[in-house]
Write a protein that binds this ligand. Structure first.
Ligand SMILES: CCCCCCCCC/C=C/C(=O)SCCNC(=O)CCNC(=O)[C@H](O)C(C)(C)COP(=O)(O)OP(=O)(O)OC[C@H]1O[C@@H](n2cnc3c(N)ncnc32)[C@H](O)[C@@H]1OP(=O)(O)O
Length: 299
């Protein structure tokens, strides 16, 4: 998978992404950059500081980092590469888009399409969750904007969540507000983070929380001024990295594996369930109304 381009520079190419080691310099540290072979179309940017082993993965899928099939696939491929790369010890997930961490699943992937498309899309949603929730390396979400539904799920898979202290930003699993239902593995991820009662209320009402409220229910671990989100994430990563890696990794797996295994044991059934649910006329109608509401909000 890796090809040596010149001394200290390696290229790993898969799909639309390339991984260059030692190819860029940022300040005093040499970094490893992943960018698209067609830079203008890349939906993520990854920089790995080879001196610390910390990678920063920035989501850059305009306008709002909505998670469509291509974007999910690109994130997954990059995560896989980083997981295989021995020089990477942890990944910080953040956004390059202003004010938005991720708008969640791209509603257009779930609206007005055929069952084959819904199945392929849902498989990629499963894939990203399985990859992130079961990720062997440390992940920290540097939440520098709003993060509804699938965006919240991505943040929830991280080992630690740091959110920008801006009351305009909200985070939560708001699926019921769209007339849809967070599947059991979204629910389990929430439950394992905030506890049963809070998850139950949160899911039924589709609650979105401001950073300070999210902190109160442990949906995020830390709220810091916006300009400090990334530096705090790096400091926190350093603390994680001080723990013997093998022991930390086994502890993480012990907490998460049963939940991961639960989805692994019924992936096909879960896809069938999603396709049948999302194809219902009533659900399509709800999604259509929600999309119109989003558009009207502007006018
Ligand atoms: C039984 C179980 C079985 C399984 C049952 C099924 C389970 C499904 C689980 C679903 C999980 C999800 O993530 S569902 C997705 C939930 N996501 C949301 O509800 C987010 C909705 N969006 C927002 O709240 C806002 O857009 C927000 C992200 C905060 C940004 O606000 P802004 O004012 O900055 O920007 P806006 O003007 O609103 O948005 C900019 C443009 O992006 C579009 N846009 C915004 N969010 C979008 C999205 N998620 N998908 C597509 N497009 C989106 C808008 O329509 C605009 O399009 P133009 O007008 O064309 O420019």
């Amino acid at each position: 998978m890796a090809a040596v381009l010149r001394r200290g520079v390696k290229l790993i190419s898969s799909g639309s992404s390339q991984l260059l080691s030692g190819g860029c310099k940022h300040g005093r540290t040499s970094t490893l950059c992943i960018s698209s072979s067609r830079p203008s179309s890349s939906k993520i940017n990854v920089e790995l500081d080879s001196s610390t082993g910390i990678a920063v993965m920035r989501f850059q899928n305009p306008l709002v980092n909505s998670l469509n099939l291509d974007f999910l696939t690109e994130i997954c491929i990059s995560l896989e590469k980083l997981e295989l790369d021995k020089s990477c010890r942890g990944v910080i997930l953040t956004s390059a888009q202003p004010k938005i961490f991720s708008a969640g699943l791209d509603i257009l992937e779930m609206y007005g399409k055929n069952p084959e498309h819904y199945a392929a899309f849902w498989k990629s949603v499963q894939e990203i969750w399985l990859k992130l929730y079961g990720y062997s390396k440390i992940t920290i979400a540097a939440i520098n904007g709003s993060s509804p539904a699938g965006g919240c799920l991505i943040a929830l898979t991280a080992d630690y969540r740091i959110m920008a202290d801006n009351p305009r930003y909200t985070i939560g699993l708001n699926e019921t507000q769209l007339g849809i239902v967070a599947p059991f593995w979204f629910k389990d991820t929430m439950l394992n983070t905030v506890g049963h009662r809070t998850a139950e209320l949160s899911l039924q009402f589709g609650l979105m929380y401001t950073p300070s409220d999210a902190l109160k229910i442990n949906l995020v671990d830390l709220v810091v001024p916006e300009e400090q989100v990334l530096s705090t994430a790096t400091e926190t990563m350093t603390k994680f990295l001080a723990i013997p890696g093998h022991a930390r990794e086994i502890s993480k797996s012990m907490m998460r594996k049963p939940v991961v295994d639960r989805l692994l044991s019924c992936r096909d059934a879960d896809i069938k369930n999603f396709v049948s649910f999302i194809s219902k006329d009533s659900i399509q109608k709800s999604l259509g109304q929600y999309l119109s509401m989003l558009k009207q909000k502007k006018s």
